[in-house]
Design a protein around this ligand. Structure first.
Ligand SMILES: [Zn+2]
Length: 96
């Protein structure tokens, strides 16, 4: 029981970090990348399962924040949504 509570707390923390990263990106991209890096480390160490809309916000390869139109390109084709990181050009495809 306690474990579920702790996981919920870390999930909230990660969501806050991603929110902050999105907001601060225009002012301070380096700080935003730091936030997303910390969020990614928490996800890995606590084995968190994020919601789909939150999951696509971090690049799995370079751990930078993915903002459509700024740091990521988003395409829809053939029943898939493709997110491409503009920093390391890693691609992530999700079924619609
Ligand atoms: Zn990347």
């Amino acid at each position: 029981m306690a474990d579920a509570k702790i996981k919920a707390k870390f999930k909230r923390d990660v969501e806050n970090l991603l929110d902050m990263a999105q907001k601060t990106y225009t002012k301070d991209p380096k700080l935003a990348d730091r936030y997303s890096y910390i969020a990614y480390r928490i996800i890995l160490s606590k084995k968190l399962k994020l919601d789909r809309d939150k999951k696509v916000l971090i690049c799995k390869k370079c751990t930078k924040i993915l903002i459509p139109g700024k740091t990521a390109s988003v395409r829809v084709s053939g029943g898939f949504v493709t997110y491409k990181c503009l920093n390391c050009s890693s691609v992530r495809r999700l079924r619609i």
